[in-house]
Design a protein around this ligand. Sequence first.
Ligand SMILES: Nc1nc2c(c(=O)[nH]1)N[C@H]1C(S)=C(S)[C@@H](COP(=O)(O)O)O[C@H]1N2
Ligand SMILES: [Mo]
Length: 545
Amino acid sequence: MLKRSIKLGGLLGALITTPVLAIMGLAATWLGFTFVPFAFFNWFTRILPGPIVTFGIDMMIEALRFLGIDVADAAKTAEQVAAIVMFLALGILLSVILTAVLDSLRSKANLLAGLIISAIVAVPITLIVFLHGQPSVPVTLDLLWSFILFIIWGTTLALSYRRLRTHDEEITEQTLENRALERIDRRQFLITLGVGSASITVIGAGLAGVLSRQERSRAQVSKSGADQVYQIPSLPNVNDPVKPAPGTRLEYTPLEDHYKVFIQLESTVIGEESWTLPIQGLVDNPLTLTLDDLRNNYPSRDQYVTLSCISGRIPTTLISTTLWTGVSLQEILAEAKVRPEARYLHISSGDGFYETVDLELIESDERIMLCYAWDGKPLPEDHGFPLRIWIPDRFGMKQPKWITGIEVSDEYVPGYWVERGWDEVARVRARSVIDTVAVDHIHERDGQTLVPIGGIAFSGARETSRVEVSVDGGSWQEAQLRTPLSETTWVIWRYDWPFESGAHTFQVRCFEGDGVPQIVEDRSPRPSGATGIHSRSERFPPRDT
Ligand SMILES: Nc1nc2c(c(=O)[nH]1)N[C@H]1C(S)=C(S)[C@@H](COP(=O)(O)O)O[C@H]1N2
Ligand SMILES: [Mo]
């Protein structure tokens, strides 16, 4: 008996939660309501203890790597799918509980019981939407919508269950024919419910899919169009004689290809009109700056920057280079008149992210900047519009995007990822990567047959002084270095290898400016960033030709 009602509760949960998901998806893409599963996931990952979150991310990355999927591209999608699956599972679980409660009530007040129970579900959901939603409709409307939707979810569930479930005492009174008739009736009701559920799901999800595609192309048009454009210098090393080996990644990353990492399931959206930057705490002159203040009232700085994520493995895709434009933080803090007892900046972000920056570090490096433009254009939404910080020589995790406030303080508070077990300083670790062994560009020089091998090396702000290549464990040969875009970007290296056919293993290592070699020991990204030699095996000609 119990097993049967669990089955029925679960089935109804799936049939009713799925169309609700589709309707929410449609309302989110079309009208800008919060998509509750995402808000729920954001809330859930925030309250989970750090080690569990990092473990979950590790498992997901392992699974993607196992499937041969590019982690940088797929991680967000995988998380979003996980959020939806989790929500569906929760819907089914709640439905089983709800039907069990209905069973135990045995009252005839179906509608009332349904209403009360669904309100118990709808209240916490609405609260989570309030805390973690990102609606573009008024918040009250967003909350009302989620609340009503889950009341409908619960009452539909309760009424359907009552319609399908016959109680033992009723059955004993019935004749065999009646019972048979009732079974047919129940089956028909289930079929109707199934068809209805499938239709709403397909139509809702389909429309949401079409609309989100339209939305994306519209966003692209508006971004490249009317927005403010800054002067971009042409790349400073265009005339460098060292040309990248064919197949090396682009030295200057196209904006749309820059890697992305953020804690929420979706990018954070901040409107320029409503945004100001308060700088307060231990200052004599608290400031509230607008984006125009930052653009117009302070000298602007341009810097070619390679940004990399601490969680990338070797060779990582979570590294990119573009031109950053902004204002030296020293200028702004001078105007705010930081008090002598101050030690740290607490930076907070629109997505709930936060980091602490040591004032001594800022005093020692005028390049540290509040940055409002990338590649000569206002920061893209995904990359922190309207404002992010740049700190040379640090991994991305120390550098908040979507900055909404700066508090000057004498107290140390660990940042978001530091609190979750990552390195407190997160200084970039020198690393080098082979991008290509360009056997299709084989050429003759001085009687030698050469194949260009190439890639990148990055040593944070310590500059890469030397890159070496070893083939099949042989002696390390010096590669040529192209002049980097700046002292804070990666460097493109190239080694023309005297070709030999057969199977070979290529390895690369680099040295920092002062001659310190990169760490060759294999270490995983946590807690301080991956280390180790990148090695790559090729066979010429390939086995299958
Ligand atoms: N507000 C905010 N800032 C953030 C993050 C974030 O999730 N939220 N992620 C950090 C991490 S871990 C990295 S690697 C970089 C990535 O910046 P990008 O997405 O512009 O490449 O942003 C950093 N700043
Ligand atoms: Mo990161």
